[in-house]
Design a protein around this ligand. Structure first.
Ligand SMILES: NC(=O)c1ccc[n+]([C@@H]2O[C@H](COP(=O)([O-])OP(=O)(O)OC[C@H]3O[C@@H](n4cnc5c(N)ncnc54)[C@H](O)[C@@H]3O)[C@@H](O)[C@H]2O)c1
Length: 351
């Protein structure tokens, strides 16, 4: 018999989760969402029989699982309340905007022997999963360096961003907590947790907000802090990019999520060995994540991202937010003759 899932928050990602969990055919889905308009949409578009205007109202009924797709400041308190009722959890990223309550949540999940997974969706992408398996197999030897590049036209994908959680750090917004945390979490999954970092971030372009939309991160990964990491991200470029390159002693691996492939090269001058995957649309990854979660609850698979692992990526978010703007820059003194005259001229006259 199918279990009962409560999706909390029927916004942008909550709706996708509803659609994708329905596609698994493995659970009955109900929705908790304060907006009446969105509750009506859940009923008319997805035939959701039971909708609730608040978690208090929903908690009068019983559920086997809950998916928390509200803004990040709600995640931990909602998860703790649901876990106390013995409900298995899939929690959207980032786990939170502070460490408050995280230990208590982890404890109650353990005490009640629940499955709890955090929705770092890239961990359900078969392309990343496959590259990670090859790295962990030892085929490429010891990892030395990791670099990651992400960019997209965020305003195109999320036109309403100015009026969502994205607009403020306190609500889980800004590029660090929103998009960068996916890149950081994927990097940590590949080569180990970040132990120390330097971050530079700034608002460069996105209209109507002043949170950072451009981020640079320099990091050391692993217990010995001997893997050098370098990541960059922006939310305003035209091309979609998501690449991670891992340079190891016996080879280099490159993940390219836009091309749905990872590639490796073990000898200079030789061609890349490509591993391509067929991913028709974004929903496919979320359906995969939904199935993994349901399998994990049934004891058939491990969760893709534990609360502890998500807490580690949260700690990186917090360290980056603390460090940005405080990077100890060294000024480069200019030759007096060049002052005021740029070495590289802009525009046609310099071609
Ligand atoms: N994994 C991914 O790929 C991915 C993608 C987008 C967003 N997210 C994350 O998912 C979360 C939600 O993002 P979103 O883009 O859907 O935001 P959103 O603003 O579009 O939707 C959030 C919804 O939560 C509802 N909500 C607010 N308070 C509530 C409450 N107390 N009870 C029930 N519902 C409540 C709001 O009414 C809104 O409909 C954020 O943490 C975000 O970072 C993850």
């Amino acid at each position: 018999m199918n279990g009962k899932l409560l999706v909390i928050g029927f916004g942008s990602i909550g709706e996708r989760h509803v659609r994708c969990f329905l596609k698994t055919g493995r659970c009955n889905v109900s929705v908790c969402e304060p907006s009446e308009e969105l509750r009506n949409r859940a009923q008319t578009e997805y035939n959701i029989e039971h909708t609730y205007a608040s978690l208090d109202e929903a908690m009068n009924c019983t559920f086997d699982y809950a998916l928390i797709a509200t803004p990040a400041p709600f995640h931990v308190s909602m998860a703790t309340r649901l876990a106390a009722e013995g409900i298995h959890l899939l929690i959207e990223k980032p786990l939170s905007v502070s460490l408050e309550g995280v230990q208590k949540l982890d404890d109650i999940v353990a005490k009640n022997q629940l499955t709890a997974m955090v929705g770092y969706t890239h961990r359900s992408n078969p392309t990343l999963v496959s590259m990670r398996e090859q790295l962990l197999s030892g085929r490429f030897g010891r990892v030395l360096q990791v670099t990651g590049t992400v960019g997209q036209d965020f305003a195109k994908y999320r036109p309403a961003y100015q009026s969502t959680y994205f607009a403020k750090h306190e609500t889980g917004g800004g590029a660090i907590q929103d998009a960068m945390t996916h890149l950081v979490n994927a990097g940590e999954w590949l080569v180990g947790p970040i132990q120390k970092l330097v971050a530079d971030a700034r608002h460069q372009s996105l209209p109507g907000v002043d949170v950072e939309d451009t981020v640079h991160l320099m990091a050391r990964h692993g217990d010995k802090q001997d893997v050098l990491g370098l990541y960059s991200l922006n939310l305003h470029q035209a091309p979609d990019d998501f690449t991670i390159t891992v340079i190891a002693e016996a080879g280099t691996c490159r993940l390219d999520l836009q091309r749905n492939r990872w590639s490796c090269k073990t000898e200079s001058g030789q061609p890349w060995e490509h591993h391509s995957f067929s991913i028709e649309n974004r929903d496919q990854i979320y359906i995969c994540q939904a199935n993994t979660f349901l399998d994990a609850v049934a004891g058939l698979a491990p969760v893709t991202c534990t609360i502890r692992e998500a807490e580690q990526s949260l700690r990186v978010n917090l360290a980056m937010l603390k460090n940005m703007g405080r990077t100890p820059w060294l000024e480069v003194t200019q030759n007096a003759a060049d002052r005021g005259a740029p070495l590289v001229k802009q525009g046609a006259e310099n071609r």
